[in-house]
Structure formats: C-alpha cells, structure tokens
Design a protein around this ligand. Structure first.
Ligand SMILES: [Zn+2]
Length: 318
C-alpha cells in the first residue's frame, strides 16, 4: 500500500516537472518579434536543442506557406494585369474606324486555292466566335463553361444595361480570357442623334472599363443596323465595327434547331471569319446545345479559335 502511494506521488512529481519544463519552453524559451511583418524567431538557449529545432522547423514552414501564398497571389495579379493589358492593346490602325465582316490574314492569298490546299505551307485557319446581347442569366455562364471545357477564347459583344444588371458575368468573362466588345447601352433600333449615339457607346464602355479594366475598341451595332447613327459614332471614335461573315442564324430562336445552327455555321466558315452567335436576348438553349458540336466540327476542319482582337492582329485587310 505504502509503495503504491509512493509511486503515485513520484508520478505526480514527474508530470509536474514535465509541465514546468514545457511551460518554460513555451513561455520563455522563445520570443517572437512582432515589430515586423516577417516574424523573426529569436532563439534563447534552453539546452533543449531538439525541441527548439522542431519548433523552428514548424515556424519556418508556416512562414514559407505564407510566402508561397503571397507569391501565388502576386503571380495571379500579374497574370490578370497582363490579360487586361493584352485585351487593351490598340487594334491595328487599318481597322480603326472601319467596318469589318471578316479579315484577310497575313501570309495568305485568299484567292489562290492551290496555296490553300498545300498543307505544308498553309497558314493556320483562324476563326472568331462572337456572342451578342449578354450578359444574360443562365445563358452566359453556360456558354463560358463550354468554352472553358473546349479551351476556346471568344468575343462577347455586351449590352450596357445588361452589364449593369449582371456585373459578375462580365467580370467572369474577362477573367476567363475572353474579349469584350460594345453592343450599345440599350440595344434599340431607332435613329440616334450624334449625342445620343455617343452616349450609348460611352456609357457601355465606361461601365465595362470600371468593372473589368478593359477598354474595348470593338463595336457591333444591334441587329447589324449600319445607318441609324450608332455606327457613325463608332467610326468617329475609332472603334472597329465588327460585323460577321458566318451567320449561325441562332437569332431565329425557337424556329431553328441545334443541327441547323451547326450546319449554317460550317457552310459559311472561312479562315479569317467571324461567327455570329448569341448568349443573351432571351432563351439561347439551342445555341448552348449546338456549341460543343460546332466547336468540335470546326476543330476537325482545322480551325484555330481566336478572339476578334487577335484576329485583327493577324489581319492585313478586310
Ligand atoms: Zn444584338
């Protein structure tokens, strides 16, 4: 009985000693300098080098994790800035203030089929997908998901009042590397006075710039109307007015089919071409249904997808 008591007493003393040592190490053995952001560990000799080394390692690891996170954040910020810078690059002077339906590419003689058929020297076939009338809830994010999955960059001609309603969608569009074009503020077809036309363009451009940092130099008139004052204003402001050479006819919403959209687009597809599609203005489920097949088919036909600014960069004329 006495022995057992003695043993219990000894055990309590051992535990107390261990706790005291740990308390010393935790409380006094280390001092952390909080005066700088970079936490500096000041070692104090405790004679317990091994524990100290362990703590040092975990502190160092924590600092490294912090530094890595900061590094990753800085890289992401630079990448985003680079993306915006690229999207903000001025369009080539030959396209400023002009109306474009398609682009003749550098190093390519469009009229010479023999050159086109000689695979070894054929330049890449480039095509630009464009989406009008967004951002639109449900529709735009589905289009973005398909493009991401297919690794395709496109151009979105946005309507200012829609951007105001769904700012996150235009931010997401830019964050995912797509180009933005101006499609007026209110998407109406009537005649505009010069000041009303300028307002339609400027208000949209200012909001897109405020939300995304992108200054767009591309304009597409609603319904492709060239003579109601909007295009005149866009030309004056040195926008490239971007029409299309490939009409998917998805604007016949409810009166067309997925297959018809694919067929219409493939029939008219050309290198340097611009494809008209819609991600907004109503239910675009036919476009969304047709898009994966359209992209796959165009890839099969040897097309590389570019944004409109990229297409203009590679173009000599229109
Ligand atoms: Zn439109």
């Amino acid at each position: 009985m006495a022995n057992r008591h003695l043993f219990a007493w000894q055990r309590s003393l051992s535990i107390a000693l261990v706790l005291a040592v740990l308390g010393f190490v935790a409380g006094f053995g280390w001092r952390v300098d909080h005066s700088t952001n970079q936490k500096t560990v000041l070692p104090v000799s405790t004679g317990m080098q091994q524990d100290k080394a362990g703590l040092e390692t975990s502190k160092a690891k924590a600092i490294k994790v912090q530094q890595d996170a900061a590094h990753q954040k800085a890289i992401a910020k630079l990448a985003q800035e680079e993306k915006v810078k690229r999207l903000n690059a001025a369009i080539p002077v030959q396209f400023q203030g002009k109306t474009i339906r398609e682009v003749k590419l550098k190093g390519k003689d469009n009229s010479n089929t023999q050159v086109r058929q000689t695979k070894a020297i054929a330049p890449p076939k480039l095509i630009a997908l464009t989406f009008d009338d967004g951002p639109w809830p449900q529709m735009t994010s589905k289009v973005l998901d398909i493009l991401k999955k297919q690794n395709v960059k496109a151009t979105f001609f946005v309507v200012g009042k829609q951007v105001e309603k769904h700012p996150h969608l235009v931010k997401q569009t830019v964050a995912e590397g797509h180009a933005i074009g101006n499609h007026s503020w209110s998407h109406q077809y009537h005649h505009y006075s010069p000041s009303a036309a300028a307002h339609e363009l400027d208000k949209t451009a200012a909001l897109v710039h405020k939300l995304t940092g992108v200054k767009t130099s591309l304009f597409r008139p609603p319904a492709g109307i060239l003579n109601n004052g909007l295009v005149a204003s866009a030309h004056q402001k040195k926008y490239a007015v971007v029409m299309w050479s490939v009409d998917s006819k998805d604007w016949r919403s409810g009166r067309t089919t997925k297959q018809a959209l694919v067929d219409n687009s493939l029939k008219e597809a050309n290198s340097g071409g611009i494809v008209l599609l819609h991600d907004g203005g109503g239910d675009r489920s036919e476009t969304i249904e047709a898009l994966p097949q359209l992209i796959t088919q165009l890839k099969k036909h040897g097309y590389t997808f570019v944004t409109v600014p990229e297409l203009l960069e590679k173009g000599v004329s229109f």
